[in-house]
Design a protein around this ligand. Structure first.
Ligand code: BG6
Length: 519
């Protein structure tokens, strides 16, 4: 079967109406988080893209929806020299650009915004920052609680962490008053060795409970829903195994190309950019066992067991398990787009993969023999993120005479984007005198019977940092296991010199390289 199919197969749709919930609480209350303790959020890389597009908008939205602690302060830090007013204007424009500027709420939010220029390699800069933060605590009552958000290029993580530690802003302060937390964006290392090294530098100044390694996929509502769906319903778990499941497809296709991130992407490629983090988390949530309690340590323990059970790729038969591709010219939404190698800042002979399909197996009792297909690529025909559980075919078809040999197997789709829904495909009788089957979809749309505000992934991530809840963040042991699983194939593909044979080119706007059907 074509594992790319979006699973509509011309089938008809039945929508399940969510019953008015009788929960003993108002579902609207679920949106509001507990308020964290007063704190200061320090953003390194405050003049960068992430701050303007994601972080400040998320903080502002939280503020507008009463999700911020009271009091709070936000300190933008960057190498650029600018004054506080200029920074505020810049952030105001950023909110305006994405249409979320609320003029009534802006002035009070802007009152809590500060800017400090820092030199990331200068200890004095951090000593000054430390004094500045103490002053803010005194003036605004933020109680010495700090979140340091590293919205920086990964090469700056080690020096900034070291500077923070040496300025006494890391774990030394824990017994003093107030807490410190450090938030680290992906990529956490570029292979096993560098991830271990990075962790060692972090570990010198911060304890594990202070470290928040972000994966924004985990904070998506529909991704969080995977565990609720699996473990808050009794009917799915008994069939969630090798006896009933034929294969699992995890797809994250994108229409975007490399955009303005050539420098980063040339070094990363799709395996580091999407597989080492987001795809592995989707895999773990689909495959893990139920933890005894819904509690960060135990949930992350169960994920780790999945990573430990991944069967290593057979390096000698890699091509039966992995297809790598790079986008060529083509059309997206009927507009011509250039090849990856023609994008600004990209090496014209680049061998960086922008697409990968992997077939992998989990060697444990539940999943023995069930292939998991992980697919992600840029410049594909549609942006879709979904997990499809493909069930086995019926063991015997008594309808063979009238309907032919095969009947479409049941399929359960956990839609993450754009359709935030759960869909079950099954067979029913087509009305009429002749015996005909038709495939129908039973849908639950995630926002059904709900019209309230929705938390963006970055809002959720920031709330959890403020509350000190690490459930939706990577733990170091899992990061290391994923790297040890992926590093051998990265080495094989990147260093053996035959990579140009391994890399298949695909037309932009297609579903990826032809060769994907072979694995
Ligand atoms: C990021 C990757 O982590 O995730 C990007 O660096 C990718 O390359 C993005 O485009 C996809 O995220 P989302 O939420 O749009 O699916």
């Amino acid at each position: 079967m074509n594992h790319h199919d979006k699973n509509n197969y011309g089938s008809q749709s039945i929508t399940i109406k969510a019953k008015a919930p009788d929960l003993g609480f108002d579902p609207e209350d679920c949106i509001g988080a507990e308020h964290g303790e007063p704190c200061t959020i320090v953003i390194f890389g405050a003049t960068g893209d992430l701050t303007a597009r994601k972080l400040v908008p998320a903080l502002f939205n939280l503020y507008v929806n009463d999700g911020m602690p009271d009091p709070f302060q936000i300190v933008g830090c960057g190498r650029t020299n600018m004054n506080e007013l200029q920074f505020k204007d810049r952030m105001k424009n950023a909110l305006g650009a994405i249409n979320i500027l609320n003029h009534t709420k802006w002035p009070a939010f802007a009152d809590a915004l500060r800017y400090r220029s820092v030199d990331y390699e200068q200890p004095d800069s951090f000593l000054n920052l430390s004094e500045f933060l103490k002053d803010l605590d005194k003036k605004h009552g933020t109680r010495g609680n700090r979140i340091f958000y590293l919205a920086l290029p990964p090469t700056l993580y080690p020096p900034v962490i070291q500077m923070l530690g040496q300025a006494g802003l890391g774990n030394e302060r824990e017994n003093d008053n107030g807490w410190s937390r450090v938030v680290i964006e992906k990529p956490f290392g570029r292979d096993l060795k560098t991830a271990v090294e990075l962790n060692q530098s972090v570990g010198k100044y911060f304890k594990e409970h202070q470290v928040f390694r972000i994966d924004h996929y985990l904070a998506k509502e529909t991704v969080q829903n995977i565990l609720m769906f699996r473990f808050a319903n009794a009917i799915f778990e008994p069939i969630w195994n090798r006896r009933y499941i034929d294969h699992v497809n995890i797809l994250a296709s994108e229409t975007l190309g490399v955009e303005h991130r050539a420098g980063y992407y040339e070094q990363a490629g799709v395996i580091r950019d999407m597989f080492q983090n987001h795809m592995m988390q989707l895999l773990a949530l689909t495959a893990m066992e139920a933890p005894s309690q819904f509690e960060p340590y135990r949930v992350r323990d169960e994920k780790l067991k999945v990573f430990r059970s991944l069967r290593p790729f057979p390096i000698e038969k890699l091509q039966e398990h992995i297809v790598l591709g790079q986008y060529d010219r083509g059309e997206i939404d009927e507009n011509p787009v250039p090849a990856y190698r023609e994008e600004p800042g990209i090496n014209p002979d680049s061998l960086t993969p922008t697409y990968a399909k992997m077939k992998l197996f989990i060697d444990n009792w539940r999943w023995q023999g069930v292939p998991f297909y992980l697919i992600s690529g840029k410049r594909l025909v549609e942006k879709i993120t979904q997990i499809v559980i493909g069930f086995k075919e019926v063991p015997h078809t008594m309808f063979r005479k009238t309907l032919g040999e095969t009947i479409d197997a049941n399929r359960l789709t956990l839609g993450i984007y754009p359709d935030e829904k759960v869909t079950l495909l099954f067979q029913t009788k087509n009305p009429g005198a002749r015996v005909c089957l038709r495939s129908v979809n039973m849908d639950f749309s995630y926002h059904q019977n709900y019209t309230g505000p929705v938390l963006d992934a970055y809002e959720k991530v920031l709330i959890d940092c403020m509350l000190g809840d690490q459930m939706l963040f990577w733990r170091q042991d899992s990061i290391e296991h994923c790297w040890s699983f992926l590093t051998p194939i990265l080495n094989e593909c990147e260093t053996c010199g035959n990579r140009s044979e391994t890399l298949q080119f695909y037309e932009s706007g297609s579903w990826g390289p032809q060769a994907v059907e072979n694995i």
